[in-house]
Design a protein around this ligand. Structure first.
Ligand code: ZN
Length: 72
């Protein structure tokens, strides 16, 4: 089974990828500062399901593909 080396985190109106995994169902605390794979430090959101509809950060997507060994 594929185990991603990152998880997605809504923050500042984009879905950013953050290195590492969170245990099932667990989320980062609201407003916590996390360093995303795009090298930006972002303040987390995700209080509502609507936050998950924000567009994916393109830099994070690229970094997540590299991190997981997806050929480009
Ligand atoms: Zn990002």
């Amino acid at each position: 089974m594929f185990r991603p080396k990152h998880h997605w985190q809504p923050a500042e109106h984009q879905r950013h990828a953050v290195a590492g995994t969170l245990p099932g169902g667990q989320r980062n605390r609201d407003g916590e500062s996390v360093e995303a794979l795009c090298q930006r430090t972002v303040s987390t959101a995700g209080r509502t399901e609507l936050d998950w509809l924000w567009p994916t950060c393109p830099d994070c997507l690229q970094a997540a593909e590299r991190l997981n060994g997806v050929p480009s």
